[in-house]
Design a protein around this ligand. Structure first.
Ligand SMILES: Cc1cc2nc3c(=O)[nH]c(=O)nc-3n(C[C@H](O)[C@H](O)[C@H](O)COP(=O)(O)OP(=O)(O)OC[C@H]3O[C@@H](n4cnc5c(N)ncnc54)[C@H](O)[C@@H]3O)c2cc1C
Length: 333
């Protein structure tokens, strides 16, 4: 008999707070658990885990397992895998969800190898098949040109990593009730072979791309590092952030951290403006959560116009300066 039950989210903590991906995983995890009529549990690791237990319940968890050990304060492959695998063996969840983040992408395959489950990585959507009650994971394949649905028919737990900003975050309700359960840490420091030798914090100028409500993305057609200044001016007026497709990053016109798309950042702003980019699937798969998509391209056949709500067919150098000037006038800056 299959004794796997419940949904377990491996949560992430960043700077003492629940990381945004944890709240997104709670949103999708709650939905899956409700459909199965089973519990939603969350594992939090690190000295601050306990202090975030109540908030995690407010975001939808029935049970919060807290492993409060200073060895878990920063992500460590060996330590996190050990604690998460021990908990999974003890509670036998049917579904385990992680973020498709640096942490989740490292932890998920290690955990899956130890548990012998089925893993779908980089998913965009998750649902439950009403007939089989199995997890259905949707993930982009072939450079984002197609979507595959993945079902693990017999291996349990069914595991998935979900891309940031692809599912709506859970809504907070402080009246929710749940249990905070301490996890006894059986970590043996000598078994931790990975050592973090240095931690470098990424310097971000202005608003982080993933958090911006307006994102202005430049493509290969921008032509040079200097020309990106026109995009920065537009983004500044709108209080937004600048991103790029892959070619400007490869050319060194902008840092690689600004790449938006399948192998870069996923964005879901209120307004996305794509300038001089063709709209390749590998880029589009990273912007589909945007509420309004505006495209500027001199080629009216460019694929970006197929997903854009508004399009301007023109040379961007002729469009951006008057557009920025007019917006400046309108917002009064
Ligand atoms: C595994 C894999 C992962 C990838 N991941 C990503 C990713 O994460 N993000 C990403 O972006 N790409 C990614 N790519 C690359 C992707 O497939 C495309 O090659 C890339 O997105 C194309 O970038 P682009 O639209 O800027 O350039 P192009 O396709 O060359 O398009 C440039 C556009 O600019 C227009 N243009 C030129 N000059 C002007 C002008 N003066 N005014 C107006 N329009 C102008 C042209 O009409 C053209 O449409 C990936 C590829 C692979 C294989």
């Amino acid at each position: 008999m299959d004794n796997h039950r419940g949904v377990l989210v491996c949560g992430e903590i960043g700077e003492g707070k629940l990381a945004p991906i944890t709240i997104e995983l709670l949103g999708v995890g709650r939905k899956l658990a409700d459909e199965l009529d089973e519990d939603l549990s969350v594992l939090l690791m690190g000295s601050q885990a306990g202090s975030l237990g109540q908030e995690t319940i407010a975001y939808g968890a029935d049970n919060v397992y807290v492993a409060e050990d200073s060895l878990l304060d920063h992500y460590n492959s060996d330590a996190y895998t050990q604690v998460a695998a021990d908990l999974c063996r003890e509670m036998s969840p049917s579904i385990v969800l992680l973020g498709h983040t640096d942490i989740g992408s490292d932890l998920a395959p290690r955990l899956n190898a130890r548990l012998g489950g089925g893993l779908a990585t980089g998913c965009l959507a998750l649902s439950i098949d009403p007939e089989t009650r199995l997890l259905v994971s949707t993930r982009p394949v072939f450079g984002g040109n197609a979507h595959a649905t993945v079902v693990s028919k017999s291996a349990k737990p069914q595991m998935a990593t979900i891309r940031p900003k692809t599912v709506p975050p859970a809504e907070r309700d402080d009246s929710r009730q749940g249990r905070i359960i301490p996890v006894e840490s059986k970590l043996d420091p000598s078994a931790i072979k990975v050592k973090v030798v240095e931690r470098v914090k990424e310097e971000v100028e202005g608003i982080k791309l993933e958090d911006a409500e307006v994102v202005v993305v430049g493509g290969r057609g921008i032509g040079s590092a200097e020309n990106f200044e026109m995009l920065r001016e537009l983004a500044n007026v709108l209080g937004g952030a600048v991103g790029a497709t892959r070619p400007p990053c490869d050319e060194g016109w902008v840092p690689a951290t600004l790449q938006v798309g399948q192998s870069g950042r996923m964005v879901s702003p209120k307004l996305y403006i794509g300038v001089a980019l063709s709209g390749a699937m590998a880029h589009i798969s990273g912007i589909l959560g945007s509420k309004v998509i505006v495209a500027i391209n001199k080629d009216e056949e460019a694929n970006i116009f197929n997903v854009a709500h508004f399009g301007i067919v023109a040379d961007y150098k002729e469009v951006l300066p008057p557009l920025t000037a007019k917006l400046k006038e309108l917002v009064g800056s």
